[in-house]
Design a protein around this ligand. Structure first.
Ligand code: PHE
Ligand code: NA
Length: 499
């Protein structure tokens, strides 16, 4: 009765899940977050967050997908007919992210080519903002930038091409090639980085613990925030990927492997990035703290500066760095787009080809917004709001609905225990019914407090309302609207959800 696609191998599923988890967050977010929140002392809250929320939620999402065998909307509808909107909301969040994530990959693709000639010159900041992006003021579009458009088209062709090919022949195969390649390339960079002059000072400032920060609630919030974002939780992604698992699959083990592999890559990135920062600080004769950056500034301004000063093979190491960003990001983008490809297929009974064409096509068209001269401003604001008032809030609603309203945890626990080596106990349910809701609830209150008092990034309020608050709200409304549409094939609840 079942014609749902399946992963070919267990390693294929794990590589795809790790491919989704390992993304820009590992490379340009984790090192700075750890550094700013106590350095070596951050590892305690980080590990705590991984074990009490990250891995338990990963197990929850793997179990939901495996048991109910559907995209996020179908899975949540099968838990309870009234929960379908949550699936669409999460799919909507993934959709919004896909529109700008592709653009960052397009920049990185250009920079991997620029590396060979050090095209960015002596002033990479001026190059990025004035030449490459031709950045306009917040709220202004100012026409499409051709040098961004061309790589963007290539990124979409590759991503949608892989999705057309299907779960096994497309997603699985791509991850089997991309992830090992990424690990090798990134290892080469890190080995070179730790042997640079000044690397020791960089590593020292990264690892030296500031225990005075440990009682600070914001440090714990940062740890949980990093874990949620980094593991791609509450995005519909892990539910979708695990809906393609064969009946016999060790869910709990897979979740632990995915969680630890992602954190391992984060640690590696922290070592590589801070070695390189230590090198740059030594070159410029300034303290390491003066050169620490995250996000776009780290990747597209600081790293080009580091590459400029590299003792030898600048071009090669520049290429390896930006190609790593492209591969890490591409495997995440594939997983993001797959959430709505699967959702549309389930709901409207259309073929994968049609679904990729429609869903991927609309996302690709919308991504042109960020290829305009005002693109970076829109991207920055949408990214911040969809993360703060999308993922966190959707994660909170998810645990409340599944654990408290549907009281599903005991059923899910026995489902997972029936097929897994490691047996889930009461601790798993406590993590999800008590710890995770408290932390997420606290984070939400904190987020509202901060954003209602200080406008994010110093942008004009009207800009933040349009490109922040309204985007986050629109996704919820669209989620509810989609759940009101009738199912094409069969009502999801009428399909047996055999245990
Ligand atoms: N988990 C990814 C990372 O650490 C980020 C991501 C965001 C992945 C959105 C999928 C969707 O970078
Ligand atoms: Na990650």
């Amino acid at each position: 009765m079942e014609n749902r696609p399946q992963w070919g191998t267990r390693a294929g599923f794990i590589l795809a899940a790790v491919g989704s988890a390992v993304g820009l967050g590992n490379i340009w977010r984790f090192p700075a977050v750890a550094y700013e929140n106590g350095g070596g002392a951050f590892f305690l809250p980080y590990l705590f967050a991984l074990l009490t929320a990250g891995i338990p939620l990963l197990i929850l999402e793997f179990t939901l997908g495996h048991k109910y065998r559907g995209s996020a909307p179908m899975t949540y509808a099968r838990v309870n007919k009234k929960f379908e909107w949550l699936g669409w909301w999460q799919v909507g969040i993934a959709f919004v992210i896909s529109t700008y994530y592709a653009v960052i990959l397009a920049w990185a693709a250009s920079y991997s080519v620029f590396s060979f000639n050090l095209t960015w010159g002596d002033d990479p900041a001026a190059f990025l903002f004035e030449k490459h992006l031709q950045l306009a003021a917040p709220g202004e579009f100012g026409g499409i930038v051709p040098s961004v458009l061309i790589p963007l088209v290539i990124i979409w062709v590759v991503t949608l091409g892989i999705l057309f090919a299907g779960v096994k022949k497309g997603i699985e195969k791509a991850n089997k090639i991309f992830i090992p390649t990424l690990v090798v390339m990134f290892l080469i960079i890190c080995i070179r980085a730790v042997t640079l002059d000044g690397a020791t000072e960089g590593l020292q400032s990264f690892f030296s613990p500031d225990w005075s920060r440990i009682m600070d609630a914001s440090v714990w919030v940062a740890a949980y925030g990093q874990i949620f974002f980094s593991l791609s939780i509450a995005f519909a992604i892990m539910v979708t990927y695990s809906s393609y698992l064969p009946k016999k699959s060790d869910i709990t083990n897979n979740a632990f492997i995915t969680g630890f592999a992602n954190s391992g890559f984060e640690l590696l990135a922290g070592i590589g990035v801070f070695s390189a920062l230590g090198f740059m600080a030594a070159q410029q004769g300034v303290p390491v703290q003066d050169v620490v950056e995250a996000g776009v500034g780290l990747a597209f301004v600081v790293f080009p500066q580091i590459i400029n000063e590299f003792p030898a093979f600048n071009g090669l190491f520049g290429f390896l760095f930006f190609a790593s960003i492209v591969l890490a990001g591409l495997t995440s983008l594939i997983s993001i787009v797959e959430t709505f490809v699967a959702g549309l297929q389930d709901k409207f009974g259309i073929s994968r080809t049609k679904s990729v064409l429609i869903g991927g096509g609309i996302s690709a068209l919308l991504s042109l917004i960020y290829a305009t001269r005002g693109g970076l401003n829109f991207l920055d604001s949408v990214d911040y709001f969809i993360n703060t008032f999308g993922i966190t809030l959707a994660g909170l609603v998810q645990v409340i609905l599944v654990a408290w309203v549907a009281k599903e945890l005991k059923n899910l626990q026995s489902h997972a225990n029936g097929i897994s080596d490691i047996q889930l106990g009461t601790w798993w349910r406590i993590c999800l019914t008590v710890i995770t809701p408290i932390v997420l609830g606290w984070m939400m209150i904190d987020n509202f407090r901060i954003n209602l008092t200080t406008p994010y990034g110093g942008y004009p309020i009207a800009f933040l309302i349009q490109w922040g608050w309204l985007v986050a709200l629109a996704v919820i409304i669209i989620g509810i609207a989609f759940s009101a549409i009738k199912w094409k094939k069969e009502h999801p609840a009428s399909v047996s959800n055999d245990k």
